[in-house]
Every structure is written in C-alpha cells, then in structure tokens.
Design a protein around this ligand. Structure first.
Ligand code: PNS
Length: 160
C-alpha cells in the first residue's frame, strides 16, 4: 500500500500520537509524519525543528516512518510527500466534528482522502495542550509522553 500523511502540530508529540502513527504504519506501506508549521503562530512551546527532532526520536522504533516539517496547507504537504491519503486519530466526538470539516475541505481542494483511526481508549484523554500545562507546573508527564519527550519538557521547564 502507498504512502500516507499523518499531519499535526506535535507540540509536543505524545503517546496518543505515537499510537496513531503505529496504527497507520500497520495498515499502510509508509508513513510521513508532517509537523505543520505556521510561521504566524508564535504561541507554541517547541520550534518546528525541535518538534521534528522530538517526533523522530519518539517514532524511531518504527520502520517506514519519516518525519518532516511543512508550512502551508496539509493538502500541499500530502502532495509534496507523495501521499494520497491523510490519516487522523479521533479521540472523541469533538474531534470528529472538526476533523470531518477538514477532511471535506481537503477532499474538495485536491481529492485527497482522509482515513480516521480511533485513538486507543486508555490514551484518549491526552492532548499536547494538557501535556504542556502539566509539564509547566513541574508535575511528571511520563504517563503521557515517551521518555525522551518527558526529558525535553523537563529541560524546557526545569525543576519547579
Ligand atoms: O495537532 P493539531 O494542532 O490538531 O493539527 C492540526 C493541523 C496542523 C493538522 C491542521 O490545523 C492543519 O491541517 N493545518 C494546516 C493548514 C490547513 O491545511 N488548513 C486547512 C484545513 S481544511
């Protein structure tokens, strides 16, 4: 099977993301994880190159998975990556509402298809925003992110 794109902000990548990429790789031939970078958005925690490096470390156990950063539209990232399918994880009905809109917009733009995969139930409470908030408070995030990402967050926020 062909190449699929798993796009996101990945600020930072967490265990729910890793599960979605693992599911995508189990079904498709190769996976490009697209760290989407909006130069106008400056409210993030990690820079795009840091997010790419952290995602690559978190996914290093997977063959057939590469990580790259893209600016602009996800449909253009998919075309650049040679992907005709976008894979997105769904945690809940709230995710479905926005993801369905994005899937329809993306399909209307280039015909790219979107495939949804259900997030693992025991990981469906995780979001990058909550990871950032918990890490900023100085509490442990080892149950939410791969160990390397927890180290990077500890380095960013220091001991509090
Ligand atoms: O991890 P996130 O923040 O939920 O990822 C959202 C992301 C980056 C995949 C989405 O915002 C996106 O696709 N951004 C790129 C701009 C774009 O294509 N916008 C049109 C969507 S229909």
């Amino acid at each position: 099977m062909g190449t699929v794109l798993v796009p996101g902000s990945f600020d930072p990548i967490h265990l729910g993301h890793v599960d979605v990429v693992e599911q995508a790789r189990a079904v498709f031939g190769s996976v490009v994880v697209a760290v989407m970078h909006n130069p106008a958005k400056t409210s993030g925690l990690f820079e795009a190159d840091e997010r790419v490096a952290l995602a690559a470390q978190a996914l290093a156990h997977l063959d057939g998975v590469t990580v790259a950063s893209f600016t602009g539209l996800t449909v253009d990232a998919a075309a650049d990556a040679g992907a005709t399918v976008i894979v997105k994880g769904l945690r809940n009905a709230g995710d479905f509402e926005i993801e369905q809109q994005m899937a329809h917009n993306n399909a209307a733009l280039t015909g790219v298809r979107t495939v949804f995969v259900p997030c693992r139930a025991d990981l469906s409470h995780i979001s990058s925003r909550f990871v950032r908030e918990i890490a900023a408070s100085g509490r442990p995030v080892d149950h939410l992110v791969p160990s390397r990402i927890a180290e990077a967050l500890a380095g960013r926020f220091g001991d509090r």
